[in-house]
Design a protein. Structure first.
Length: 80
């Protein structure tokens, strides 16, 4: 009976050690995933901000092209 008791105690110690190691790994993985989500969120915000800047610059570029075309038409009219 003592041998069975010792065997059960050893198995419980092994099981608790494995459980602790698994919980540690899972906790580390959860922390890493949280950090990755934060980084992903920051990148998405940055991309959204950059996309807005690009759209604004495109609009300004189109406006400048129209102004240049208008000036070219005006210049051509004056030179005739």
């Amino acid at each position: 009976m003592r041998r069975d008791h010792d065997d059960v105690v050893d198995k419980l110690h092994l099981m608790n050690k494995s459980r602790y190691e698994l919980e540690t790994v899972a906790g580390d993985e959860k922390a890493r995933n949280t950090q990755l989500l934060e980084v992903l969120s920051l990148k998405e915000e940055s991309l959204t901000r950059r996309q807005t800047e690009i759209e604004e610059l495109d609009k300004k570029g189109l406006e400048k092209e129209r102004e240049l075309d208008a000036l070219n038409i005006k210049y051509e009219g004056l030179s005739k």
